[in-house]
Design a protein around this ligand. Structure first.
Ligand code: F42
Length: 145
């Protein structure tokens, strides 16, 4: 069993601890926005360690849309590099835990459709894209077949 390394950002690791520690009954929203969050668990491609990342809950049917916005920061979040190397993730959505595979959405029409769904769920994504010159990566997590 790989070691779990918490995020060095305290507000992020605190949310993971609350969410996971309560089995998905507490710490379910982003700070004071009241908007729902999921926890994505994956393996670090360099360390092999277990990584846990809270992301906004954006759904497309039974699938989840994962947006690498990181507040419009100039660099992609580390988890983006991890998911590009290893598509296997576990997604906790409140009390449900799903074993899923992600793919980065490259098709422009599909990305546009999913981007609008994401912005509707979490409007600040739009400002984050305007703030950064990088093209924010979008992944789709689908159930393992
Ligand atoms: N971030 C988003 O990008 N999108 C969201 O929708 C979002 C929502 C959200 C909601 C609640 C909340 O609490 C946080 C939220 N965040 C959201 C922030 C998100 O949880 C991440 O903190 C953020 O995206 C940054 O991700 P990160 O993977 O860069 O995390 C950093 C701070 C981090 O923890 N880095 C570690 C470290 O030690 O620096 C992990 C490094 C890592 O994964 N290393 C890999 C390894 O092998 O272990 C190698 C990775 C590589 O770069 O090659």
């Amino acid at each position: 069993m790989a070691e779990y390394i918490p995020s060095p950002r305290e507000w992020v690791s605190d949310q993971v601890e609350l969410y996971e520690g309560s089995q998905g009954t507490d710490g379910l929203t982003l700070r004071d926005t009241g908007l729902p969050v999921i926890i994505v668990t994956n393996q670090g491609h360099k360390t092999g360690a277990i990584r846990k990342t809270p992301l906004m809950r954006v759904v497309d049917g039974n699938n989840y849309v994962l947006v690498g916005s990181q507040g419009g920061a100039p660099q992609h979040p580390h988890w983006v590099h991890n998911l590009r190397k290893d598509a296997n993730v576990e997604i906790r959505d409140e009390t449900a835990v799903h074993s899923m595979k992600v793919r980065e959405v490259a098709d422009s029409a599909e990305r546009t459709r999913l981007w609008y769904i994401a912005v509707e769920a979490f409007p600040p994504y739009k400002e984050y894209q305007e703030k950064t010159s990088r093209f924010i990566p979008v992944f789709l997590a689908e159930a393992n077949s």
